[in-house]
Design a protein around this ligand. Structure first.
Ligand SMILES: C[S@@+](CC[C@H](N)C(=O)[O-])C[C@H]1O[C@@H](n2cnc3c(N)ncnc32)[C@H](O)[C@@H]1O
Length: 285
C-alpha cells in the first residue's frame, strides 16, 4: 500500500470502531442475556445491521437480487460483501440461502468482531472476513456470483475503481446488489454522520452519477429504486432509548459516543433532502 492509501485506511479505521469493539459487543451480549446460548443471526440484528432499514432492508435486497433463484441452481453461491462491517448481511445470506460469503472490509476491528460473532452463530464455515480495500480487491477474476454492498460506498473515493473491481471479480451473468446512501439535492450535509466525522471523509455522488458509473463499468440495470422515504420512516419508527441510556445491544457499540449525534444528523439530512437512499440490482455483462 502507498502512503496515501495507508493514510486513507488509517482514517477509515480511526473513524469506525471505538477501542475494544469485540469486547464491547461481548459485554452487550451478556447484558442482553444472550451470552452462552447458541445464537441465531437474528439475535445479533440490533448490532450487526449498520444501515438504514436494518434486518428488513437486508432481507428485501436479497429478494430483489432474486437470490433464491440463483441459490437454487448453484448451491453454495459465492458472495462478496464489500464493506460488510461486522458481517450482519453475510450471516443472513449464509443462514437463509446457504451462501458462502466473503466480507471485505477495511476496518480491522470490524473484521475481528465479525469473526467472533460468526463463530457464536456457528457459521464460520460459510462466512469469512478479509481486511482490504474495495478499490483494489484481493481476489482473482470471476470468483463470485454476487457482489453485495450496503452503505459502504460513501467512504470510497475512487468509485470507478470500485465498480471496475466489482465487475472483474464477478463471473459473467453475476449480480451486483447495492443499498447505498447517495447525495441529495444540496452539496452540504450535516456532520458528523455515521460514515464520516467531516466532509474530507465523505464521498457522496448523486444517484444519476452512480448509475452512470455502474453502467459504464459494464453492468446492465435490472432494478433501481429510490427508498429515501422508506429509510426516513424507519428512523422515525425507531423507539427512543429509555431515559437511562441506550439498550445493551445496539449500533452505538460500533461508533461509540458520537453515535447519537450522527444518527440525528442523518435524519436531518434525509428530511432536508440532502442525502438519498437507493437500492439497485445490476447484472454483469
Ligand atoms: C456504515 S458501515 C456498513 C457496514 C455493513 N455493510 C452493514 O451494512 O452493516 C461501512 C463499512 O464500510 C467499510 N469501508 C469503508 N471504506 C472501505 C473500503 N475502501 N474498502 C472496504 N471497506 C470499506 C467500513 O470499514 C465499514 O465497515
Amino acid at each position: 500500500m502507498g502512503t496515501a492509501e495507508s493514510a486513507y485506511a488509517k482514517a477509515v479505521n480511526g473513524h469506525y470502531a471505538p477501542g475494544n469493539l469485540a469486547a464491547r459487543i461481548r459485554e452487550g451480549l451478556r447484558a442482553a442475556g444472550k451470552e452462552g446460548a447458541a445464537l441465531a443471526p437474528a439475535d445479533l440484528a440490533p448490532v450487526d445491521q449498520f444501515h438504514t432499514g436494518g434486518w428488513q432492508a437486508t432481507a428485501e435486497l436479497a429478494q430483489l437480487a432474486e437470490l433464491a433463484q440463483l441459490a437454487e441452481v448453484r448451491s453454495g453461491l459465492h458472495v462478496l460483501d464489500v464493506g460488510g462491517g461486522v458481517g450482519g448481511a453475510a450471516r443472513y445470506l449464509a443462514s437463509e440461502y446457504g451462501c458462502h460469503v466473503t466480507v471485505l472490509d477495511l476496518t480491522e476491528a470490524y473484521c475481528e468482531a465479525g469473526e467472533m460473532l460468526t463463530a457464536l452463530t456457528g457459521l464460520s464455515e460459510q462466512v469469512r472476513f478479509q481486511v482490504g480495500d474495495a478499490q483494489a480487491m484481493p481476489f482473482p477474476d470471476e470468483s463470485f456470483a454476487l457482489v453485495w454492498t450496503q452503505h459502504s460506498t460513501m467512504n470510497i473515493p475512487a468509485k470507478e475503481k470500485l465498480f471496475a473491481e466489482a465487475h472483474r471479480v464477478l463471473r459473467r451473468g453475476g449480480r451486483l446488489a447495492l443499498h447505498e446512501i447517495m447525495a441529495g439535492n444540496a452539496p452540504v450535509i450535516h456532520f458528523p454522520v455515521p460514515w464520516a466525522a467531516s466532509p474530507e471523509s465523505s464521498f457522496l455522488k448523486t444517484p444519476e452519477e452512480m448509475r452512470t458509473l455502474i453502467i459504464g463499468a459494464g453492468f446492465h440495470e435490472r432494478v433501481w429504486e429510490d427508498v429515501t422515504e422508506t429509510a426516513l420512516a424507519w428512523f422515525q419508527r425507531r423507539p427512543a432509548p429509555p431515559g437511562d441510556g441506550p439498550p445493551p445491544l445496539g449500533l452505538h457499540l460500533l461508533l461509540g459516543e458520537v453515535f447519537p449525534q450522527t444518527f440525528q444528523n442523518t435524519v436531518l439530512s434525509l428530511e432536508e433532502g440532502r442525502i438519498s437512499v437507493i437500492r439497485a440490482v445490476f447484472e454483469r455483462r
